[in-house]
Design a protein around this ligand. Structure first.
Ligand SMILES: NC(=O)c1ccc[n+]([C@@H]2O[C@H](COP(=O)([O-])OP(=O)(O)OC[C@H]3O[C@@H](n4cnc5c(N)ncnc54)[C@H](OP(=O)(O)O)[C@@H]3O)[C@@H](O)[C@H]2O)c1
Length: 252
């Protein structure tokens, strides 16, 4: 009998949120196609799951051609994914004294263009099939500009805006688009932060929020809830009040 288990492609599956989500989806009965640049991380992920549930497709999402080839390879081996979680991303703080177009470009290449390369490879196939679910990982930091996050926040604001633009058009083609906006999650990415992160949660807890969000009909899954509420409030504050808050975040 043919294997009817659903197929999920996760980028950035080697560490942090992507890895925890891969393990969670496998536990929920999915087959996972896992991508990241570090092969050893993917092998380690596969070894942590039952045999035949995780397949490695090493990939640098900044390479558009390689991204197309990875989706070809996944389709050839497992079939076109039912779900794609475009999670690969990176962060570098950029205080104003270190403002650098190079830093911004590097983050744009991974967080925004990397996501775009995955969408470019996937969307025509999902549209042709009139089905498919794409989930893009943004960040609560993409809602409004926050101190030291001029580069990272800009990439995530771009991701959020891009998803909002695509959502209704994709719906007409039977393709679902979800947006995942995490707050602070304990991962190798945030291990670099030297400040106390409010409402910090584990990668496993984040994976739980994401899995439940993907199973719901919501467009956006923002978590943890209390932090997401505060960030949503900041989004609607008038500038004067907003800057009164963010001025306090600037460290001398
Ligand atoms: N952690 C947080 O607090 C937080 C909050 C909000 C949003 N997010 C977002 O959540 C996502 C995952 O973050 P995380 O905290 O889990 O980060 P992480 O622990 O640093 O893991 C990132 C994963 O992405 C992969 N990756 C990075 N650059 C890549 C590239 N060019 N091509 C392919 N894969 C690449 C990494 O593997 P390789 O280096 O081996 O490629 C790794 O597997 C990111 O989009 C991040 O912006 C995180």
């Amino acid at each position: 009998m043919a294997d009817k288990r659903r197929i999920a492609w996760i980028t950035g599956a080697g560490k942090g949120i992507g890895r925890a989500l891969a393990q969670r989806l496998v536990a929920d009965g999915w087959i996972v196609a896992a991508s990241a640049r570090t092969k050893a991380d993917l092998e380690n992920l596969a070894a942590s799951c039952p045999e035949g549930t995780v397949f490695s497709f090493p990939l640098d999402v900044t390479d558009a051609l390689a991204t197309g080839r990875a989706v070809d390879a996944i389709e050839a081996k497992l079939g076109l994914p039912d779900l794609a979680v475009l999670n690969a991303g990176t962060h570098m703080p950029m205080p104003v004294e270190a403002f650098s177009a190079k830093t911004l470009r590097a983050l744009m290449e991974v967080n925004l263009m990397g996501t775009a390369h995955c969408l470019e490879a996937l969307l025509p196939r999902f549209i042709a099939r009139n089905a498919g679910h794409v989930a893009v990982v943004g960040s609560l930091a993409g809602y409004r500009g926050l101190p030291t996050a001029a580069a990272y926040g800009a990439t995530k604001a771009g991701v959020i805006n891009m998803c909002e633009a695509l959502k209704p058009e994709l719906a007409r083609h039977g393709v679902r688009l979800s947006l995942i906006n995490p707050g602070f999650v304990e991962t190798p990415l945030t291990d670099r932060n030297d400040f106390e992160m409010p409402f910090l949660i584990s990668a496993e807890k984040a994976a739980d929020y994401i899995a439940r969000g993907l199973a719901s009909s919501a467009f956006e899954t923002a978590f943890p809830r209390r932090f997401a509420f505060i960030m949503k409030l900041l989004r609607v504050l008038p500038d004067r009040l907003f800057f009164a808050v963010t001025r306090r975040m600037v460290r001398s």
